[in-house]
Design a protein around this ligand. Structure first.
Ligand SMILES: Nc1ncnc2c1ncn2[C@@H]1O[C@H](COP(=O)(O)OP(=O)(O)OP(=O)(O)O)[C@@H](O)[C@H]1O
Ligand SMILES: [Mg+2]
Length: 293
């Protein structure tokens, strides 16, 4: 596996404001990496630095082993980008704009373009100024996905798409992944990230605070357990690693620290288990936990 993106200790200031303090992560070939964090945490700033739109103040950032600032021209021949707020030339049609972007990039696949216009149900003959937000977004997506790139930088690419189109987007990303392409996906739709990403990078106030596969991240946190026992189960409430304990009739529900499961399950077994259900935390739970402290 080769490192397609390699960012180390990236820093970016806007005047006195430190937008990026310490951002390090990698994206390997064939990998989809989810890039998540709250508003203003530095996701777009990181992506704009990778694109060579803004210049870093410290650290290193490489794509395809090349410097994102000095070698940006060469990098852009193998890269597609979709922002969350696609802005277009109002008097051109969507179709003309897509064609223009494909020519700029160089490696356009016009059959794929037609296919995507059909899949995303875009009317390419309309002038851009008459498109809805979702339709502008589709123009950006179709342009980016109709060229043969090795890396896709997607910064809230599905902002404004309806659930049907969101599903189409997810299918198309899965296909790119199967083709061995690399994708950095920043999104507030955590179910989308959960479905698509091999790894997740979590950023907060300009610093990467967590990185790993969902499996690894889940291991750090709690599962929600529902239990029905033959004997009174109130002794579970005070066990180490048991949180948010509630009871409804014979059923108790709590969240459990992964590293305390042994003791909790031993106590449950002693009480006589009639029913057990365990739900791992969603990415949304992980995210909330991180940001609510
Ligand atoms: N050109 C700029 N000048 C000054 N401050 C900026 C500039 N661009 C970004 N910032 C600031 O840097 C911080 C990070 O912004 P950024 O757009 O990277 O956040 P984000 O993680 O993409 O947030 P969101 O989820 O809202 O898209 C914010 O506090 C923002 O106000
Ligand atoms: Mg952003």
């Amino acid at each position: 596996m080769t490192e397609i993106i390699k960012v180390e200790h990236l820093k970016k200031n806007f005047g006195k404001f430190e937008a990026l303090k310490d951002v390090s992560f990698t994206v390997d070939s064939g990998e989809v990496v989810g890039f998540i964090g709250p508003n203003g945490s530095g996701k777009s700033t990181t992506i704009r630095t990778l694109l060579g739109i803004i210049r870093k103040d410290g650290g290193t950032a490489q794509i395809f082993g090349q410097d994102v600032w000095k070698d940006s021209l060469a990098i852009h021949q193998r890269l597609s980008y979709v922002p969350g707020d696609v802005s277009l030339w109002g008097n051109l049609t969507g179709g003309a704009i897509i064609d223009f972007f494909m020519k700029l990039h160089g490696k356009g696949d016009y059959a794929k373009k037609e296919y995507l216009i059909d899949r995303f149900e875009l009317d390419p003959k309309k002038k851009a100024k008459n498109y809805s937000k979702g339709n502008r977004q589709k123009v950006g997506l179709i342009a980016a996905l109709s060229v043969d790139s090795d890396l896709y930088l997607l910064d809230e690419p599905t902002a404004g798409l309806d659930p049907l189109m969101e599903a189409v987007f997810q299918e198309e990303v899965q296909k790119l992944k199967q083709e061995g392409k690399s994708i950095l996906l920043s999104s507030h739709i955590l179910s989308e990230v959960e479905r698509l990403a091999d790894r997740v990078v979590i950023i907060r106030q300009g610093k990467v605070v967590e990185e790993g596969s969902l499996k690894e991240l889940r291991h750090l946190t709690r599962s929600v357990i529902t239990l029905e026992t033959r004997n009174d189960s109130s002794s579970l409430e005070n066990l180490e690693g048991v949180h948010d304990f509630t009871r409804q009739g014979n059923e108790v529900r709590f969240s459990a620290d992964s590293n305390q499961l042994d003791g909790i399950l031993a106590e449950a077994a002693r009480l006589g288990v009639k029913k057990i259900e365990s739900v791992p935390p969603t990415l949304e739970d992980l995210f909330m936990r991180h940001y609510k402290g």
